[in-house]
Design a protein around this ligand. Structure first.
Ligand SMILES: C[S@@+](CC[C@H](N)C(=O)[O-])C[C@H]1O[C@@H](n2cnc3c(N)ncnc32)[C@H](O)[C@@H]1O
Length: 254
């Protein structure tokens, strides 16, 4: 399902407080450093291997030709970077966690340690940005989207892959059981239990479809589109970078 996104009502807070700001940044960095060695294995088990197809669809959704320069924001162990390179894109990965980057195997691309909110790249230096399963982990999402817009060329593209909250009540119950109980069990068997108890809770950080659209438009994107995968449990959000002369005055335009 694919739809244009318009502003609407934001969901309420979902539970006990989670860290924010610098505290969140450090907690996330530490957690991904810990889970890095088995991150890809757990991911593959947790999604029954479907994450590979979702990543391919995310790259398709960019709608940019081979040879385009793409930043994989919060690249983790480099799954999207590898796929981009294999399809002829000039890809670079950036991530907060040195542990995740160290665990990146067979990635024939530059991988940079950094914070999405302060990107170490020149203005207008990429044709597009992709990101996989990172939105809810990023401490300052608006600043990071502003940075994505800044480093992207006029009319460049953005494609974000993330988990989603299914709207169908039956699907939501099944998904909650899997995400809140199944995932921590897999995490405790294959990796660090605490981290995989945190991951389902991290959905509390996820902006609604409408909120994310507003954030993207504020950053300087247009044509925000949302598509649902796997009964609304996964989403791909795409957007086009506005030309410089039509960007909102409040967005970062250095
Ligand atoms: C769930 S993993 C996703 C990794 C990879 N993109 C994938 O598709 O498998 C989330 C990643 O976001 C990174 N991350 C979280 N906050 C970040 C930030 N502020 N800047 C850069 N990377 C960040 C984490 O270190 C982690 O590698």
């Amino acid at each position: 399902m694919r739809q244009a996104v318009r502003t609407g009502t934001a969901p309420g807070a979902l539970g006990a407080p989670l860290p924010s700001g610098k505290e969140k940044l450090e907690a996330v960095r530490q957690m991904f450093d810990e889970v890095a060695p088995r991150y890809e294995l757990v991911n593959s088990v947790m999604t029954f291997g479907m994450d590979r197809s979702w990543r391919r669809q995310t790259i398709n959704a960019l709608a940019l030709h081979a040879g385009s320069s793409i930043l994989d924001l919060a690249c983790g162990t480099g799954d999207l970077v590898r796929e981009l390179r294999s399809r002829g894109y000039e890809a670079i990965g950036l991530d907060l966690s040195e542990g995740m980057l160290r665990a990146a195997r067979e990635v024939a691309a530059p991988l940079v340690v950094g914070d999405a909110a302060v990107l170490p790249f020149a203005t207008g230096s990429f044709d597009g940005v992709v990101s996989g399963f990172a939105l809810r982990n990023i401490a300052d999402l608006q600043a990071s989207l502003d940075e994505c817009a800044r480093i992207t060329k006029s009319l460049g593209r953005l494609a974000l892959l993330e988990v989603d909250r299914p709207s169908n009540p039956m699907v939501r119950v099944g998904h909650d059981v899997w995400f809140r109980h199944g995932v921590p069990i897999i995490g405790s068997l294959l990796s660090v239990r605490e981290a995989y108890r945190y991951l389902p809770r991290s959905v509390e950080y996820l902006p609604s479809t409408a909120e994310l659209a507003v954030m993207l438009e504020k950053a300087g994107y247009t044509h925000v589109e949302h598509r649902s995968l796997l009964f609304g449990t996964v989403q791909i959000v795409t957007a086009t970078r506005l030309p410089n002369d039509s960007r909102p005055a409040t967005s970062h335009q250095s």
